[in-house]
Structures are given as C-alpha cells and as structure tokens.
Design a protein around this ligand. Structure first.
Ligand code: SF4
Ligand code: SF4
Length: 430
C-alpha cells in the first residue's frame, strides 16, 4: 500500500474516487507480446500446453494434465514460453508468454458451448470458460457444493481509493450488467441479488430493477466485510469469508463480463483500469489482459527511473511489482507509478503506543499489541490472543502509523504463513 506524507489526521476521512460524468477511456494498442498468469504452481512434468502452440483470441488454454486450471488467450499468436513466476510471499505461478500475430482470429469454442446453454449448463460454462474474464467471475464458488449461497452482492462501487473500474462499467455497459444478472439468477437459482452502489450511481442503476443499497463514500465502507455488517446486518466470523455464510460478492465488471460473453458468444479479453501517474494524475485505460505495464507507460510517455515504484492495485491494498514486464491481469483495477522521492521510508522505529492505528481500525483490533507478536514471527500467538484473523485487510493501520511500521504487510505475511502451515499439517495428517 501507499503511505502518503500528508498524514496528520487521527481519523482520516479518505473519500473514494469518482468517475467523470462523461469518462474518456484510452485504448492501449495490442502489444507484441503478452503474458498470462495462472494461480497454478509451475509443474513442468505435467504440462499440457506446449511451447510453439498457436492460439486464438478468446481460446481457453488448459495448462496441466488432470487439472481444470486454465487461462484464456487475449490475443492470437504463438506460445513462446511457459515458466515459473514468483509472486508475493514467494507464491509460485505459471506464466505463459504469447507472441502476437498480425492477423487476429477469434476462437469459436465458447460460441458453440454457450449457444444453447440450458440453466444447469450455464453454471458450468461460467466456471469452465469465464473465470479468466475481466473482473474474475467467481465460477468455482457458484458451483461449490459446500457453500450454500443464498445472496449475491453486486458491487457497483469500487473497493479501493482512486479506482473507478466498476463505476465506468456501470456508466458504459448497463445492459451487459442487466443481462449478466439474469444469467446469474438462472444459473445459480439465487434470486436475492443486492446491488451496492455509491449515491451518484443510484439513478443509473434504477433501470436494472434490483434492490440497490447505498454505500458510504468513505474508505473502507465498500470492502465486503463492512458491506456485510453495515448493509446486510451480518457479521462475518473471524477468519471466514462472506461465502462461508451464504453471500457471494461479485464486481459489476465481472457481471458485465458474463452478460457480454453470453450475448456475443466471445469471452471478453480487455481489462479496464485506472493508471495513476507520478504526478497523481489519473487516466482510465483499456488494455488486453496480459499487456505488460511497460507498454502502458509507453502509451502515456511515462519514464521510470531507478527506484521508482510500480504498484498493481489500489493505494491501500495494492502490491509493488518489480518489473515493467508485469502484465495486466483480469483483476488489475489500477496501476500506480510512484516517483522514488515520494516513496515514504518504511522505518524500524518501535511502536510508540500512540494508539492511532487502534482508533482507525474498523475491526477494533488492539494493533499496538498485535504488532509486537507479528514483528517477532509469533504468528500463532497473534492469531490466538490478538485477533489476527479479525483483520479485514483495509490497510488503514499502516497508513496512519506514526512510526512508519509496515503493519499491513506483517498481517498479510502472518496470515499467509499460518495458512501454509495449516495446509501442510492437513496434508501430513492425510
Ligand atoms: S488492516 Fe489494520 S486497520 Fe485494517 S482491519 Fe486490519 S488491523 Fe485493522
Ligand atoms: S503501531 Fe504505529 S500507530 Fe499503532 S500504536 Fe504503535 S506507533 Fe502508534
């Protein structure tokens, strides 16, 4: 996350960004090469996809034997490399690089399977073809028999600061959202659809004919856990997600992806996001999924100097990446470029017990105590005694910390390490 030098308020009132009345969208030309990331760890032995394979735009690419993991090619071209990529916390991904051909061909498979989709088939189609579409429609979750979903929340507001993707989609593609909602209702059998929107979106959404609830314009009101509490009146137990208590969250962009895919017979392959330049200026951008950040910077004449920082995601919850080759992914809602002189120093000053973090924490966590355990790697104690799992990952504590402690990074890292240890234990116990 970004820390800003203008911290001075104990209770920061951070207002969400809003899209222009008539927003303009800059289209980035198709790059010479794209890279697609799959969450699947690289496994050379079981690769199904081969180097030099030719692929078409919108083609589903299954990656491994005996696995249903896939990506969708956003271009027509030839696979030039399939390799391992290491992301946050050392997580391993599979990276597929495709050299783009001059002539574009659209793959037909989705058109054929979606043409006569019956009610049951459309759920399978969403899961098997649209998980890599813009916004990452949560197909697996819809068809997970262990979750009995009774409500779908469509987020038309954006969840982090500066981001305006969902707001843009609501303005520009309301028919696709309407179509997507109808498909979701039929496919999932869930009729309780709740739209969550900012005040300025209420009028635009009134034509959809679903319940609309207004979300506050102050960060972090649009995060799922707070929507659950403040709008649905349900508290998500610590360490659980909304889907564990029957509520599925989906972005307006993901709903529009479903609506557009079934309407056109093509899997959408273009992502909308906000580019924030070093001077803080913002632009709405549209690029093929897999476009390297460097191609986007080139289109905006942005020059990166040594030690400048690139952040993928919003300023409160995004993560730094270390290369201009890092590609736009289906869930990339912002790319932020920070000048090296504007990057605040992460300090190793100790906690002064000022209490600012506790006052801003929406989960009422005693962060000054929690942080002592996190700093020394005592993660189990942090979870058992100091509410680690109540954290809803808003990043406000890091934002306000006068000592410049990277609290939010500690929290994410602790949760990741504990999850990893639990998974290993479960595997060992058979
Ligand atoms: S990120 Fe920090 S402020 Fe936000 S919920 Fe977690 S502990 Fe509280
Ligand atoms: S962690 Fe930072 S904000 Fe929280 S009490 Fe300590 S110094 Fe203050």
């Amino acid at each position: 996350m970004i820390k800003r030098s203008f911290i001075g308020l104990l209770k920061p009132r951070l207002k969400y960004g809003s899209v222009a009345e008539t927003p303009s969208l800059k289209q980035i030309p198709i790059p010479k090469e794209i890279t697609l990331f799959s969450n699947c760890p690289f496994d050379k032995k079981n690769l199904l996809l081969k180097k030099k394979a030719t692929v078409k735009t919108g083609q589903k690419l299954l990656l491994y034997k005996e696995s249903d993991e896939y990506v969708v090619s956003s271009v027509t071209g030839q696979v030039t490399s399939i390799s391992s990529y290491t992301g946050d916390f050392g997580l391993s991904y599979t990276a597929i690089t495709i050299e783009v051909s001059d002539d574009e061909e659209i793959d037909d498979e989705f058109k054929d399977v979606s043409k006569d989709a019956s009610k049951d088939a459309s759920l399978e189609i969403i899961k098997n073809f649209l998980a890599f579409a813009p916004g990452n429609p949560p197909g697996k979750l819809f068809s997970d028999k262990d979750k009995s979903l009774n409500t779908i929340v469509v987020c038309c507001a954006d969840s982090d600061l500066l981001i305006t993707t969902n707001q843009y989609i609501v303005k520009s593609d309301i028919d696709a959202i309407k179509n997507g909602i109808n498909i979701l209702k039929t496919a999932t059998g869930v009729n309780d659809i709740i739209m969550v929107a900012s005040q300025s979106q209420m009028h635009e959404l009134s034509t959809i004919g679903e319940k609309i609830n207004q979300v506050n314009d102050t960060y972090p009101s649009a995060l799922p856990h707070l929507i659950m509490k403040n709008i649905l009146g349900k508290v998500v137990p610590a360490g659980k997600n909304p889907e564990d208590i029957g509520v599925c969250f989906i972005s307006a962009e993901a709903v529009a992806s479903i609506g557009n895919a079934f309407n056109s017979g093509q899997i959408p392959v273009t992502k909308t996001f906000t580019l924030v330049n070093k001077d803080g200026s913002k632009s709405l951008v549209s690029a093929r999924i897999g476009t390297p950040a460097g191609d986007i910077f080139k289109a905006f004449n942005i020059t990166l100097n040594e030690n400048d920082r690139i952040i993928f995601g919003g300023p409160m919850t995004g993560s730094s990446v270390y290369s201009e080759k890092h590609p736009v992914q289906p869930d990339t809602d912002a790319i932020i470029v920070q000048d090296r002189d504007d990057i605040p120093v992460i300090s190793d000053y100790p906690c002064t017990n000022c209490g600012d973090c506790i006052r801003v924490c929406p989960a009422n966590i005693q962060i000054n105590l929690l942080v002592r355990f996190l700093e020394t790697g005592q993660y189990e104690e942090a979870a058992d005694q100091y509410d680690l799992y109540s954290c809803i990952e808003c990043g406000l504590c890091s934002y306000v910390c006068v000592s410049g402690m990277p609290i939010f990074q500690y929290i994410r890292s602790a949760k990741y390490e504990l999850d990893r240890a639990n998974t290993a234990e479960a595997t060992n116990n058979g």
